[in-house]
Design a protein around this ligand. Structure first.
Ligand code: PLP
Length: 469
């Protein structure tokens, strides 16, 4: 079964993606026929029911001797593709999108833009410079974007090492085919040691006991576990004191079954441009690296910079930067917008499933906390706090309908939210609604919801399909 997104298509022999968003691919004639058959068959068996119709167009792009496959979609991807078509109207003009009423799926979807992810990864690599690696942080299901999609897109973009928070996340990442080094940033627990060794994960450690126990299991298994030693330079969360680190690394060096691959610290306030904490932390960490170098104990991979430090503090780049948020196209602070060109990788969308015209004085939603003050059109959108749409946005958030902002009317329910579309007269059932993404920046939504973009991203519910676009 093929995952019918352009990146997968582009990997098929004979395929050249010529217009990614319009989903046109150029083939030679034989390949076109063969892949149409293969893809149609794949779609039939695809549980999601994605691709329903393919057509071969002679010389669509005016290249002699080439043929194009044109893909159109229905069922669960229809809405995502309707979204594409409204953003890239050529698809619509070609009439490729058709609504299939009986198969229509819930329109609440997180569109994951693989191109944006790849571009952000490369942009962060550019900022870091040619001598510095990029260790993408993909904890919490890749900040809610989905391990499988993100793992694939980033590997294709050149990522060869990943950071996760927990052992289980490391195993999940292995399960979607990531074979390279995976650093478990949050440390590992005794009940997990065997699985850590078996899955060749690279745990962060700050105590000799952890390393001793891992080393014993590794020796038994004939393995060597790569360790990353964490030092606490000011976050007061996890890590050895910098003064204890040389002895710790010396002890680890004497252990068979482990090797000290990395040294790291984590900044507590790198997003504040004036923050003195970063300079203090950096000072302690740099001094430690100097001491380790002098004692010939410096691990080969020294890393410290989260997104904010990657963008703001070149002296913190060391051997590799370790960004999470920025990778997904979200700036750690507005002050950092000028430092890199990032694109949001997630567009959280839903659709209007009902519109009712109501007189002035009508209560809307639980508790009737919104009461219309004029004859109004109230639209129902099937997204609620069970999907990760914050209840705090009740009566204060907005959604984008037909490029306009429509205010939330009443309380966000578990599965639905109502918006006032009185001032968007063309709004209709079936319209796509953007909850955050290209038009409505996630940081703006986060501020309104009195939280941070990180929390919004990782809370997108498990029942929301992540679809590659
Ligand atoms: C140890 C560690 N490194 C790197 C990151 C990535 O941080 P950010 O998403 O701010 O780039 C995190 C995330 O909180 C982290 O805990």
């Amino acid at each position: 079964m093929y995952d019918l997104d352009p990146i997968t298509l582009a990997q098929l022999p004979g395929v050249e993606v010529v217009a990614w968003h319009d989903l046109f691919v150029d083939f030679d004639r034989d390949s076109a026929v063969r892949y149409r058959e293969t893809l149609e068959e794949a779609c039939d068996t695809d549980g999601i029911g994605r691709c329903v119709w393919l057509a071969i167009h002679d010389d669509l792009h005016g290249v002699a001797g080439r043929y194009s496959l044109q893909l159109s979609f229905t069922t669960s991807t229809l809405w995502a593709n309707s979204a594409l078509s409204s953003r890239y109207p050529s698809s619509n003009q070609r009439g490729t999108l058709r609504m299939s009423a009986q198969n229509q799926a819930r329109p609440t979807i997180a569109e994951i833009d693989g191109r944006a992810l790849a571009a952000n990864f490369k942009e962060l690599a550019r900022v870091a410079g040619p001598e510095v690696g990029v260790l993408p942080v993909v904890k919490s299901d890749a900040y809610g974007h989905g391990f499988a999609l993100v793992g694939r897109f980033l590997r294709e973009a050149g990522a060869d090492r990943f950071g996760v928070a927990t052992t289980q996340e490391g195993l999940d990442l292995r399960a979607v085919g990531v074979a390279g080094p995976i650093v478990v940033l949050g440390g590992v627990y005794p009940a997990e040691y065997e699985r850590v060794v078996e899955a060749r994960l690279a745990p962060v450690v700050w105590e000799a006991e952890t390393a001793v126990a891992l080393a014993a299991i590794a020796r038994e298994a004939g393995r060597v576990v790569p360790l990353h030693v964490k030092v606490d330079t000011g976050m007061s969360r996890l890590g050895a004191a910098p003064a204890d680190a040389p002895e710790l690394i010396e002890t680890l060096r004497g252990l068979d079954g482990v090797t000290t691959e990395g040294l790291l610290t984590h900044f507590c306030n790198a997003e504040s441009v004036e923050g003195v904490e970063t300079q203090q932390q950096l000072g302690k960490f740099t001094e430690l690296v100097r001491v380790l170098e002098a004692r010939d104990l410096r691990p080969p991979l020294v890393h410290a910079a989260n997104s904010a430090a990657t963008l703001s503090t070149p002296a913190a780049h060391f051997d590799s930067v370790r960004p999470g948020l920025a990778l997904y196209g979200v700036y750690p602070s507005t002050a950092m917008r000028a430092r890199a060109d990032l694109r949001p990788a997630m567009r959280f969308v839903s659709g209007i499933v009902a519109i009712r015209s109501v007189p002035s004085g009508t209560g809307v939603g639980y508790g009737a906390t919104f009461v219309t003050e004029r004859p109004s059109r109230i639209a129902t959108v099937p997204v609620g706090y069970a999907d990760g749409y914050p209840r705090r946005l009740s009566n204060r958030g907005q959604m984008i309908v037909r490029a306009q902002r429509a205010p939330i009317a009443g309380r966000v329910c578990m599965d639905h939210t109502m918006i006032d579309v009185t001032d968007v007269p063309a709004a209709s059932v079936g319209d796509q609604v953007e909850l955050w993404g290209d038009v409505l920046p996630i940081d703006e939504v986060a501020t309104l919801a009195e939280t941070i973009s990180y929390e919004l991203l990782v809370r997108v519910g498990a029942r929301v399909p992540r679809l590659a676009i």
